[in-house]
Structures are given as C-alpha cells and as structure tokens.
Design a protein around this ligand. Structure first.
Ligand code: ADP
Ligand code: MG
Length: 372
C-alpha cells in the first residue's frame, strides 16, 4: 500500500546490508563453488578437489595445490573489498585474474560458516582460520580467534558449512539437494573442459568414488570425451576464427602484447556436426577464460544449425573467445556471468559464419582457419 506521508529514511543494519550484498553474488551452492574454483585457478592450482554434502548446503569443501595465502593476510581475508589482484582502477582494464573485487569470501562468510587451511611454499606448516561476517572468529567458543598452526599440504582448502543458515528465504528457494549437486557438477564440468591441464575431481562426502574426475595435462577434446561422452566427441568439428590484426603483418596475433589493435580477437571452438542431435543445446561459452552467458550468441548459433539439423535437434558448442581486455567490461554483473565487449555484433556474425562454413565443408579432419 502507498503511505499517505513519506516514511523516514533510516540506515539498514550493517548485518542486513552485508547479507543483501552477499545474496547478489552467492545465489546457491554452485555460485559459491564457481567463485572458489576461480580463486584456485587464480592461485595457479593444477589440482582442484571438491567434496560435497547435501548438494553443498551442508558442506562444500574445495582443496587446491595453488600458491596459498600468506599468514599475515589471514586476518583480512574475508573482509569485503580485500584482494591481492587489483590495486588501481586502471588495472581493471587489463585484468587477467578471475577475481578483482575481493567480495567472494566476504560474501560467503556472511551467509555460511567459512574456514580456511592454507600453506604457502615458504611456510613450514599450514594455518587454519575461521570466519564469520567478514572477520576471524574462534573455531569453538572460548578458543582464540588467531590463525592456528596445523599440518597441511601446500595450497588452500576452503570449507563452507551450513550455507544460508541465516537467510531462511534463500534456503527455502533452493530445490532438492540432487538438483544443487548437479549444478555443482555442471560448473566443474565446464571449468574442467576449459582447463584441461588442471585435474578436477568432485565427490559426495561419504562416497568412495568421485562423480567427476579429470586427469591433469589433458587436451580439450579428451576432456570433452571424458565428461560428455564419445557420442559427442566423435562428431566434433574444430573451428578457429580471428579478426585480422592490421598491426602485425605476420598474421599471428598476440592478445597478450600491449601494442596491438584493441579490436583484435580470436576464438577457438569445438562444435558438433549434423550427425549429432541433442534435445537441448549444450553451450559452453568462455570469454577471456570466464564462463559467461550470452543469449544473443546462443540465438545466432541456433540459427546456424536450423539449416543443418532437423527441427527440435540441438548441437553441442564449446567456444572460447579471447578479446583484448581493454574492450571487455567484466564488471557489469554481480556474478560476472555477463560481460560486455566492443563490436559484439560483428564478432558474433564472424563466428557464426565460421561455424556455418566449417559445418558445410564436410572435411572434418582439418582445422578450419578463418581470417575475418
Ligand atoms: P578476489 O578473488 O576478487 O580477490 P576473493 O574474496 O575471492 O576475492 O578472495 C580474496 C583473496 O583471497 C584473493 O585476492 C586471494 O589473495 C585470496 N585467496 C582466495 N582463495 C584463494 C586460494 N584458493 N588460493 C590462494 N589465495 C586465495
Ligand atoms: Mg575470487
């Protein structure tokens, strides 16, 4: 109802503000896991092991063998806007890490019990710390809040327990534990395919065998075969597409260099041919290594396949686009699931054309190269 007179504006309680902010980033166990996996990759991990209880609502644990966290940083680890990855505003235009806002661990600590065991290579032992609402807390009543020395391997283990224990509406919005678990597996599957050199595993806490497991130093195609099956892998067509880079005449483009044209980009894809017909489209899209969504791109690729597949049949598409970071804005969505980039329309068209071409040429053994 509409109040007859304006109500006074009051400041929300700090804890409520933090929980609302956390809710924008952490929607469900799988979104927490995405943040944690990205942190492992940012830390240079080559092994990422996930353990789950009750679809991640009871327990979500992730162990990596990355660089670890310095003991001196542990006291601010879960504070909002504390990060080792971004220091100036201009850094944001050439960001190469997944994280940059320092919000994930803080958010998690506002809606779950968070604990960390970490060891850097130069540490002689590991350190364990527990967090709540952004700050260090005692593991048990009466104990010290200070990080405690313990045994542990190089790397970091993050443990999240009782997710959304203090936000009952969010908790009740979640569906079954099996639905949440399959979303967790889905996130890991996609990251595993995009990071074939990293070993991933995921298991339920009381299960002896993993539900997902990939070796380290594999290849994209092998990882797709392992996780989506031979029926997909045997029908895949590799596609490479790029803008022509006018600065570099040799034709080999280096997006890591600082000098060249900010409009240069390139893409690598594996797409299924006409022999593969799924009920639902599987679309894995990575832009500058971020797992993102793009309904515009999805529609464009669906259109390519309408001429190739019978009605109701859908393809599998894995696409990795690398665009000059200066022309990509990653800071448009709280979960970073959308990014904005320059010349989106033109890039989508060129990739669509490359797909079209690759699918019409029925020579599946060679890699299709395009200079758009
Ligand atoms: P961001 O990733 O945006 O920096 P996070 O809240 O995700 O913010 O993490 C905060 C900081 O904690 C990171 O900048 C990083 O220094 C450290 N960190 C988090 N997870 C890990 C990890 N698995 N290994 C090493 N450092 C980590
Ligand atoms: Mg992060």
């Amino acid at each position: 109802h509409i109040p007859a007179e304006p109500l006074p504006i009051r400041r929300l309680q700090e804890s409520l503000i933090n929980r609302i902010a956390a809710g924008e980033i952490i929607h469900r166990p799988a979104s927490a896991l995405k943040e944690l996996v990205e942190n492992c990759l940012d830390a240079g991990a080559t092994s990422i092991r996930v353990t789950v209880k009750d679809g991640g609502m009871k327990l979500l644990q992730i162990q990596d063998n990355g660089c670890g966290i310095r003991k001196t940083d542990l006291h601010i680890l879960a504070e909002r806007f504390t990060t080792s990855k971004l220091s100036t505003f201009s850094d944001l235009s050439h960001i190469r890490t997944y994280g940059f806002r320092g919000e994930a661990l803080a958010s998690i600590s506002h809606v779950a019990h968070l604990s960390v065991v970490t060891k850097t290579k130069s540490d002689t032992c590991a350190w364990r710390a527990c967090y709540s609402d952004g700050f260090l807390v005692a593991p048990k009543p009466g104990q010290s809040i200070e990080p405690k020395a313990c045994a542990g391997n190089d790397g970091t283990t993050i443990t999240i327990e009782d997710l959304f224990y203090n936000t009952p509406t969010r908790l009740s919005a979640l569906r079954s534990t099996s639905e949440e678990y399959s979303r967790i597996l889905d996130v890991l599957t996609k990251y595993a395919i995009h990071n074939p050199k990293v070993a991933f595993s995921c298991k339920k806490a009381n299960s002896p065998s993993p539900d997902l497991s990939t070796p380290s130093s594999s290849e994209t195609l092998n990882t797709i075969r392992l996780l989506y099956g031979h029926s997909v892998a045997k029908e895949l067509v590799p596609v490479k597409v790029s803008s022509k880079c006018p600065v570099n005449e040799e034709g080999d483009m280096d997006v890591d260099g600082g000098e060249e044209d900010s409009e240069s980009w390139h893409g690598e894809a594996y797409i299924t041919n006409a022999n593969y017909q799924a009920k639902k489209m599987v679309f894995l899209l990575f832009i500058n290594h971020r797992l993102v969504e793009s309904s515009r791109m999805k529609r464009a690729f669906e259109a390519v396949y309408t001429g190739i597949l019978p009605k109701g049949a859908s393809p599998f598409i894995y696409l990795s686009l690398e665009i000059d970071p200066r022309s990509v804005d990653v800071n448009v969505h709280p979960t970073k699931k959308e990014v904005h980039f320059l010349n989106e329309e033109a890039i989508i068209e060129k990739v669509s054309n490359a797909f079209q071409e690759a699918l019409t040429v029925q020579n599946h053994s060679r890699v299709f190269e395009y200079q758009a």
